[in-house]
Ligand binder design. Structure first.
Ligand code: UGA
Length: 429
């Protein structure tokens, strides 16, 4: 099989590496020539643990090549995966313009049968549109099939998730496509579900929205725990022992971020609204997510009687550890609010670099110790292991006031208090 992956973002690049690791020959196509030349040199344009080593390895094995020539690439391959971005429109709907452009290019360049598989997260019914876009841009009629094959990998765990998925979902009306995709994935050793394209598209949104719902549920519950003097960590542990509930996605904190949950939950709400169908539970998931960030920030505000002229250390900018991605990161909402309320903010992140208006009252520090110097409070926003490994007894002496707001419940409350800190967690007093 001659496999082409269009789009070398997170999903595209990881898909390329996973197929290469399975022994297939893959070409990665991106119209961004800068990205292509970096990838050809074995350099990733984003941070993802283990992926760059895999890239270097398979450039050497010859399993992967990269190109920016769409027409030639489409002509030379018969299996084409689309992995382009579907960002949010201002009204919350998904912007399908990249997808449409790629579908048109495929239709235009077709020189024989193609199987076109969409991996991008798209609203229900989009694969039908993709088929129409391909059809309408053909110069000469050619046969083709389409399939939906949503991706469930997490940033920070991309390679492991892609190589050891819980399931493969294949949505197609074509038996030929189903057989080819089953063959492609046969070495995965996980359940393969064959379904309709619409069902596959909805499974992706419904999965992300469900995980986001779990997080907002535990976050809202954490506020009640604060009132009751009960630990949300213990509650989540007890709940998770029920195998129907499970432990994952029950960690209370400052809220979820990233390029997927906020975008996908909003897009699903939008789909339901369009069809006059009630999905108000997801509206609540989003509003709890916004208010949770402010709820945690308020702990610091109360402790310091306001932020004006206070020196605050903010640890962690990315939406979660093991990524350099700051998209929709709750840390940035916290930073913005602190600056608006005239705090002086010293930020640290082991990977992400922030570019903000330099006139504003903030500084990015190279090491956490620097950010903590003379701070009136520290707000822990991302659960980078580096922060729990800090020598906190020493940190106490370099801070102006020993106030910790642990937005990820990553430190040991008892230990912190024994060191003399005024420690506040989330639902974990
Ligand atoms: C998410 C899904 O987990 C993937 O299955 C999916 O493929 C991906 O979106 C996507 O649609 O592409 P990702 O956004 O990489 O993956 O990150 P997650 O690990 O799911 O975390 C999302 C956010 O939830 C983070 O901000 C994280 O800190 C937060 N979170 C997660 C919590 O606050 N509590 C938890 O218990 C778990």
């Amino acid at each position: 099989m001659r496999i082409l992956v269009i789009g070398t973002g997170y999903v595209g690049t990881t898909t390329i590496m996973a197929f290469a690791e399975m022994g297939w020959k893959i070409t990665g196509l991106d119209t961004d020539t800068r990205k292509v030349s970096m990838l050809r040199k074995g350099v990733l344009h984003f941070y993802e643990h283990g992926l760059e080593d895999m890239l270097v390895k398979h450039l050497k094995t010859g399993n992967i090549t990269f190109t920016s020539d769409s027409e030639q690439a489409i002509k030379a391959h018969d299996i084409i995966f689309i992995c382009v971005g579907t960002p949010s429109n201002p009204d919350g709907s998904a912007d399908l313009s990249y997808l449409k452009k790629v579908a048109n290019e495929i239709g235009h360049s077709m020189n024989g049968y193609k199987l076109v598989i969409n991996k991008s997260t798209v609203p229900v019914g989009t694969l039908e549109k993709v088929a129409r876009w391909i059809q309408s841009s053909q110069i000469e009629p050619q046969t083709f099939d389409v399939a939906s094959n949503p991706e469930f990998l997490r940033e920070g765990n991309a390679l492991v998730d892609a190589l050891h998925p819980d399931r493969i979902i294949i949505g197609t009306q074509s038996d030929k496509a189903a057989i080819q995709l089953r063959e492609l994935y046969q070495s995965m050793g996980c359940p393969v579900m064959l379904t309709t394209p619409r069902t596959a598209e909805l499974i992706k949104y419904a999965s992300n929205a469900f995980l986001a719902t779990k997080i907002s549920y535990i976050n809202e519950l954490s506020r009640l725990c604060d009132q009751l003097g009960v630990s949300i960590i213990d509650v989540a542990q007890g709940m998770g022992l029920d195998s129907r509930i499970g432990h994952s996605f029950l960690q209370a904190g400052i809220g979820f971020g990233g390029s997927c949950f906020p975008k996908d939950v909003t897009a699903l709400i939008h789909t339901a609204e369009d069809l006059d169908s009630d999905l108000s539970i997801l509206e609540k998931v989003m509003s709890v997510n916004q208010s949770q960030t402010m709820y945690v920030l308020n702990k610091a505000r109360k402790q310091l009687s306001g932020f004006r002229h206070r020196r605050i250390a903010l640890l962690g900018l990315t939406f979660k550890p093991d990524t350099d991605d700051m998209r929709q990161s709750p840390s940035l909402r916290i930073l913005d609010k602190l600056l608006k309320e005239q705090a002086y903010v010293t930020v640290h992140d082991p990977v992400a670099k922030l570019t903000l208006d330099s006139r504003r009252n903030w500084k990015q520090c190279k090491i956490p110790e620097q950010a903590l110097q003379r701070a009136d409070a520290v707000i822990l926003c991302t659960a980078w292991p580096l922060y729990s490994e800090l020598d906190w007894s020493r940190m106490k002496h370099i801070m102006n006031k020993p106030n910790i707001i642990d937005g990820r419940n990553m430190l040991d409350a008892k230990l912190m208090r024994s060191l003399g800190f005024h420690y506040q967690g989330v639902g974990y007093e």
